[in-house]
Design a protein around this ligand. Structure first.
Ligand code: DGJ
Length: 725
């Protein structure tokens, strides 16, 4: 039985002398403390290192803004909340009413109730603090009993402040095939905004996450760093305001752009959750906090090992029949692959999906390509000892489809009958419409009901919302579209999660367009990028794994020269990069020669052995691919610290004595480890002490020299605790 410790405190200003009271939200290493002032304002007192003894804090001058600044509160800074009340007034000034705290095992929940000074308008600030993971989730509910509806034009999830001499922001921008590029910059006075307004496939250009370091540029293992990410798969906006008092205030939440929200009396608006963590040991610790938290609380089956997948896309694209697919399955099974995933192109009859121009929306098996249907393929896959997976893109429709003709009203369209803008020849269904939600749910539900052996669903989404307009929403409520579309998707994913608890779901959106904690809550993994070139992937995975865990990062070995970049790389290099995430393949096995098949077989067997370390262990970033010296290195350490993996990559030419020196991290300095080079493609080792014993102290503090000098060369080492004789 779970040990439940419940602490329940209710405070109210009906009682006397409780002014300048503190509300302490804490994890093992972090404290977020609010002060209730004598004017009944709730103001942040501290966010940072855990404070055991807060004595004196309540008497200190407050340097930060209110916990939830609203327009009309008498300050002219960025606000979290802007409301037009029922009488048209725009002022909101929130005051403390009461708060409650309770602790349930690892999670401390706090709610602070605020009320407008004049109106029956309420905001509740929620915090869930995860003790072991040092993560605090923050969100807000807004409700009122005003006579008529109000409209909300700003409604952030979180507002937090810092005071330091300098602020450095790390964030992740990109484009198709270049997602999660790391940018690091010093914030100067003014406001820096990170946002997206694209509605769907939102994370391709800017990810809803950041790291902010205080005083100095973020280092991996030192300095104060705050990491944040919004659990929302739609438009987001983070503002970082550095003001004349050298404070930095971060306001984060749904992007209010074109999203005025009408809230009737008695109803509630709930914001998505902002995930926050603080580290005083640099960026890497912040990443570990987020990864551990996600695996336990924000990723489907985060405690289950992920299977090795072979996806048909880069091997077959749209050109396949059952014979070709079965030959791919043969090859996949021979190499030890565990799931065969049939990608795009298997559906549509009147408008067959033979390219990206037609068929989306018509989710019936293409009789010409696959006359014996899906079961024939599924049975073949299972007869080979693998599971079967399938690709869908159920939010979308090609104009050339039966669905588009049958339900034109389900398609998002620009108002006043303007021309519909195509992207990849397709249009978007209106997920704000419950009927469309049902349709989208049924696409997957019908497939899984009809073919219960489908074990994996790849859910793709290949366009943004440019045709802004819904025939379902009233003229006035068009501004609900961005929000309700995202909620509609969430709703469908939740229903599927409930009904198909053991089916694996991958979030994909033209590669890494859905890499966010919002969709991750209902999926098992994400496709990080359509760029499968291992050199490029070093950067993409480096950025992605700052925030999101490697267990969820699908990384596939593809053909050389790479289809996207034409770069040639060895099969070993491709495996060594893909093994740093959830390993998979995406090629035609019969294009590999015998030697390559043998190598792939061994690499896959090896990954099965090391995957608990990659998927459940902690990731340490050692050498950044962004540094000038042409190396990248990471290591993984199991939670017991008895097993580790060191992965080192050279991506340029090096002179003999250049800095290919690596100091590992996260090991137990008191243990002795055997260091064994694995996944080798020659007899030689890249270290002089292969298979020998080295102490954790030496591996971490003295460091080791690795003989990697050529471009696109790599080496992986298994580090295993071993008792010296
Ligand atoms: C975009 C995805 O990112 C690819 O992996 C592939 O599934 C294609 N769509 C299929 O159209």
């Amino acid at each position: 039985m779970k040990k439940i410790f419940v602490l329940f405190i209710v405070c109210s200003f009906m009682q006397n002398n409780v002014f300048a009271q503190l509300i302490h939200i804490s994890t093992q290493e972090n404290s977020l403390i609010f002060q209730i002032t004598k004017h009944k304002k709730v103001v942040q007192s501290h966010y940072g290192k855990f404070l055991k003894n807060t004595q004196g804090l309540e008497n200190m001058i407050l340097v930060y803004n209110e916990a939830y600044p609203s327009f009309g509160n008498g300050q002219n800074d960025e606000v979290a909340l802007l409301v037009n009340h029922d009488d048209g007034s725009m002022a909101t000034d929130l005051f403390y009413l009461s708060h409650q705290q309770k602790k349930d095992d690892n999670i401390q929940t706090t709610v602070i109730h605020l009320k407008d000074e004049k109106k029956a308008f309420y905001v509740d600030l929620y915090f869930e603090a995860y003790a072991n993971e040092n993560v605090i989730e923050q969100w807000v509910t807004i409700h009122h009993n005003e006579k008529k509806e109000v409209n909300l034009s700003q409604f952030a999830s979180s507002a937090i402040g810092f005071k330091a001499t300098n602020y450095y922001l790390s964030h992740f921008y990109g484009s198709h095939s270049k997602e999660m590029m790391l940018s690091e910059e010093r914030l100067t006075n003014g406001i820096k905004i990170l946002e997206t307004k694209r509605g769907v496939r939102t994370t391709e250009y800017e990810n809803p996450s950041f790291m902010l370091s205080l005083d100095a540029l973020a280092q991996e293992n030192s300095g104060e760093v705050i990491a944040g990410a919004l659990a929302w798969s739609g438009n987001f906006r983070f503002s970082f305001q550095v003001d004349d008092k050298a404070r930095c205030q971060i306001i984060s939440g749904i992007n209010p752009f074109a999203s005025t929200y009408y809230l009737p009396s008695g109803e509630q608006f709930e914001t998505p959750k902002m995930i926050l963590t603080y580290s005083d040991k640099g960026k890497n610790k912040a990443s570990i906090n987020l990864h551990r938290w996600a695996k336990k609380y924000n990723l489907r089956a985060g405690n289950e090992l992920r299977p090795i997948v072979l996806n048909s896309w880069e091997g077959a694209y749209f050109k396949f029949d059952a014979v070709k697919l079965k030959s791919m399955m043969d090859g996949a099974a021979e190499m030890g692959v565990e799931v065969f995933v049939l990608d795009d192109g298997w559906f549509g009859n009147k408008y067959p999906r033979n390219n990206a121009k037609a068929g989306l929306g018509d989710w019936q098996v293409n009789q010409k390509k696959l006359p014996k249907g899906l079961d024939d393929l599924i049975d073949y896959t299972t007869s080979k000892g693998m599971r079967f997976g399938i690709w869908v893109e159920p939010e979308m429709v090609n104009p050339k489809s039966e669905l588009a003709k049958k339900h034109p009203e389900w398609i998002l369209q620009r108002q006043n009958n303007r021309k519909k803008l195509l992207e990849r020849n397709q249009l978007l269904l209106d997920l704000s419409n419950p009927k469309v939600q049902d349709f989208v749910f049924n696409v997957v539900d019908n497939l899984l009901k009809k073919h219960p052996k489908i074990a994996y669903v790849k859910w793709d989404a290949n366009r943004h919302i440019q045709n802004f307009g819904s025939t379902y929403l009233s003229a006035k409520k068009q501004s609900h579209l961005f929000i309700n579309d995202t909620r509609g998707l969430e709703n469908v994913l939740k229903r599927l999660e409930k009904k198909y608890a053991s089916t694996i779901f991958q979030a994909c959106a033209s590669g890494g367009g859905r890499v966010d904690f919002g969709s991750m809550k209902h999926t098992h993994e994400f496709w990080a990028s359509d760029d499968t070139d291992p050199y490029e992937r070093l950067f993409i995975q480096w950025g992605t794994n700052h925030i999101y865990p490697p267990i969820a990062t699908a990384a596939h070995v593809t053909k050389s020269p790479n289809h996207q970049t034409k770069r040639e790389t060895s099969l070993k290099f491709r495996f060594d990069v893909a093994m740093a995430g959830r390993l998979g393949m995406e090629l035609r096995p019969d294009n590999l020669d015998e030697e390559e098949v043998e190598f792939a077989k061994k690499a896959i067997a090896l990954y099965k052995d090391i995957r608990p370390i990659v998927q459940f262990g902690d990731l340490y970033r050692l050498l950044s691919p962004y540094d000038d010296d042409g190396y990248a290195a990471i290591n993984y350490v199991s939670r017991t610290k008895k097993d580790a993996l060191l992965m080192v990559y050279s991506h340029t030419h090096h002179r003999r004595y250049e800095r290919n020196f690596v100091k590992m991290q996260g090991l137990d300095p008191t243990l002795v480890y055997k260091v064994e080079e694995i996944n080798k493609d020659s007899k030689k080792s890249h270290i002089s002490f292969n298979n020998q014993l080295v102490s954790g102290e030496v591996l971490m503090n003295r460091g080791i020299w690795i003989n990697l000098r050529k471009p696109l060369q790599s080496a992986i080492f298994k580090i295993t605790e071993t008792k010296p004789n």
